[in-house]
Ligand binder design. Structure first.
Ligand code: COA
Length: 298
């Protein structure tokens, strides 16, 4: 017999293997109210699927961060039920928009897209470019270029950013913000890897590239940004070159991953022009947002 329910705290333990390692601790905060919603599915008393979604106040929506059904129990409607329960659960919490995203070239992309269409979701659109490479990127032309580090600027390790520089950056962000929320370095620095770098200009931090560990052989370039008044000068490329040079010293980490949101158009262009032919993976991440209040007409 099939059963679907909203999980609370420890009830989620048998479901931890159904989400990404990075989200397993989030399951401890799952509840029938609040910002973490985890819906579990059982067949004959056995846990078989999990939909985990989070409230994102900055964007005024809830985001599905993982939807997984154990392979032996697929094609029985379990994911459809998990999605429907996630939608009604958020509506009951007063949340009116839900976002679902998936990789364009994944094995299950067609299944997910049909499932969304069946449940009256709008067509998913490309939201960011997902890229990966191995050491062959070290042969690329952009990497061979001598980096443009202008007079009065230094490239330093992110760990060398001083307390005063950090405070100045935080104060600017309060008084005269220039860093997009999704690229705020302070969100990523807790796990910053050895090759994370910053650009210091006259005692001020104006740009950064922060990397994190993705798996045993891979660094993910999670967050990079240059002050809007310092863009279009090749300074961010100088930071990339330095970060990649440091990365290249580690033969045990031959892989890299990164994602470029389509609304950062110059960066998308840079990746397509200079990096695409050296990439081992280049695909769209598709995103759909459903207005949960809209009446369903069948
Ligand atoms: C994508 C995923 C969640 C789908 O789970 P699922 O439980 O198999 O999904 P459903 O059973 O609800 O629907 C899948 C298909 O089974 C079909 N189906 C549903 N009930 C069925 C039944 N009783 N008999 C036969 N087929 C059935 C559906 O029509 C659908 O078919 P379609 O893909 O041809 O349109 C699952 O494949 C998975 O966990 N994949 C790995 C993780 C992933 O990709 N997650 C998505 C990221 S958003």
């Amino acid at each position: 017999m099939n059963h679907i329910a909203t999980l609370r705290f420890a009830q989620s333990i048998p479901f931890h293997g159904f989400t990404f390692p990075g989200y397993q601790s989030t399951l401890w905060a799952a509840d029938v109210q609040g910002p973490v919603q985890a819906i579990g599915a059982w067949v004959d008393g056995q846990p078989v699927g999990l939909a985990l979604s989070l409230w994102c106040p900055d964007e005024d929506l809830a985001r599905m961060v993982s939807l997984f059904v154990a392979p032996a129990f697929r094609r029985q409607g379990v994911a459809n039920s998990l999605l429907a329960a996630t939608e009604s659960g958020w509506l009951a919490r007063g949340v009116k928009r839900l976002e679902v995203g998936y990789l364009q070239k994944s094995d299950t992309a067609d299944t997910v897209s049909r499932m969304l269409a069946r449940q009256a979701w709008p067509q998913a659109q490309p939201e960011r470019l997902i890229c990966a490479c191995d050491r062959s990127m070290l042969d690329s032309k952009w990497f061979a270029r001598e980096p443009v580090v202008p007079d009065g600027c230094d490239i330093i390790s992110w760990s060398q950013v001083s307390v005063r520089e950090r405070a100045a950056l935080m104060a600017e962000q309060l008084l005269d913000p220039w860093i997009p929320t999704s690229l705020n370095p302070f969100k990523y620095e807790a796990n910053a890897e050895f090759n994370s770098v910053a650009l210091r200009e006259a005692g001020k931090i104006v740009g950064w590239v922060i990397t994190e560990r993705y798996d045993a052989q891979t660094l993910v370039y999670s967050c990079s940004y240059m002050h809007p008044e310092r863009q279009k000068r090749g300074w961010i490329v100088a930071l990339y070159i330095e970060a990649v040079r440091r990365h290249a010293t580690r033969s045990d980490l031959p892989h890299a991953r990164w994602a470029v949101p389509y609304h950062f158009a110059p960066m998308v262009k840079f990746v397509q022009r200079w990096m695409a032919s050296y990439a081992t993976e280049l695909q769209d991440y598709l995103v759909a947002i459903k207005n949960l209040e809209q009446p369903i007409t069948i």
